[in-house]
Write a protein that binds this ligand. Structure first.
Ligand code: DX5
Ligand code: ZN
Length: 220
């Protein structure tokens, strides 16, 4: 199974994304955390910033919306031509319709669940999405510790994906580093967000390659 590393720019220098994007060229994509100060108690940036990011990198942008009313906003992010747009089940009024609106723009659609949301709540919806995001911290801030109980949740989503032989990517976000990525990979994740573990590292590309190697070899 292919394994992907997506550095989260929440840990990057917000006054110099261009330089920081250039420092993670080994990444499979860039994870872009959009926060509105309502769905989560933190705020980052919105549509104009993501539009500008599209112009300064060739890497696919994986947009993670931690905002209220994704039913309205998610299609607008998709319309920017980003690689994928993931929104939270907890914030959506009609998750299936919102997923379809994202895909109608030619963008991959992702559905995210917070640590307190049961996997059973998305069971019937997985086939409609290109990506499921299992949060392994409470969304809002980078640098938090990985919640060990996430491993069972990842395994549960993996078995739902495999039962239906779906091509859905299984992404994990929060507290991923070199000490736990093997276990997360073994549980069935294929796409790994890592913020502080990449940006705090002196050689970010080496760290990205190390994380990918650990994810790949864990399954051998
Ligand atoms: C948390 C964000 C994450 C965060 C991950 O709310 O969604 O993407 O930046 O950062 P680390 O890897 O430092 O936990
Ligand atoms: Zn994120």
């Amino acid at each position: 199974m292919e394994k992907r590393i997506q550095p989260s720019i929440l840990s990057a220098d917000f006054t110099n994304f261009e330089r920081d994007f250039a420092s993670i060229s080994a990444a499979d994509g860039i994870h872009v955390d959009v926060m509105d100060g309502h769905f989560v108690p933190n705020m980052t940036f919105g549509l104009p910033m993501v539009k500008r990011m599209q112009e300064i990198t060739q890497l696919p942008l994986d947009v993670h919306l931690m905002i209220d009313n994704p039913d309205h906003w998610a299609p607008l992010y998709a319309a920017l031509g980003v690689f994928s747009v993931t929104f939270h089940l907890e914030a959506a009024s009609d998750a299936l319709a919102t997923g379809r609106a994202i895909k109608a723009m030619g963008t991959r659609a992702g559905l995210a669940i917070k640590p307190g949301t049961a996997v059973s709540e998305i069971e019937g919806m997985i086939a409609e999405f290109d990506q499921i995001l299992v949060m392994s911290v409470e969304p809002g801030f980078g640098g938090q510790a990985f919640m060990q109980e996430s491993l069972d949740r990842v395994a549960a989503v993996r078995s739902l994906i495999d039962q239906q032989s779906l091509p859905t990517w299984l992404q994990v976000d929060g507290g991923i580093d070199e000490t736990n990525i093997s276990a997360v990979s073994n549980a069935g994740a294929d796409t790994f967000v890592a913020g502080s573990a990449v940006f705090k590292s002196r050689d970010r590309n080496s760290q990205i390659n190390l994380l990918r190697e650990l994810a790949l070899t864990s399954n051998l």
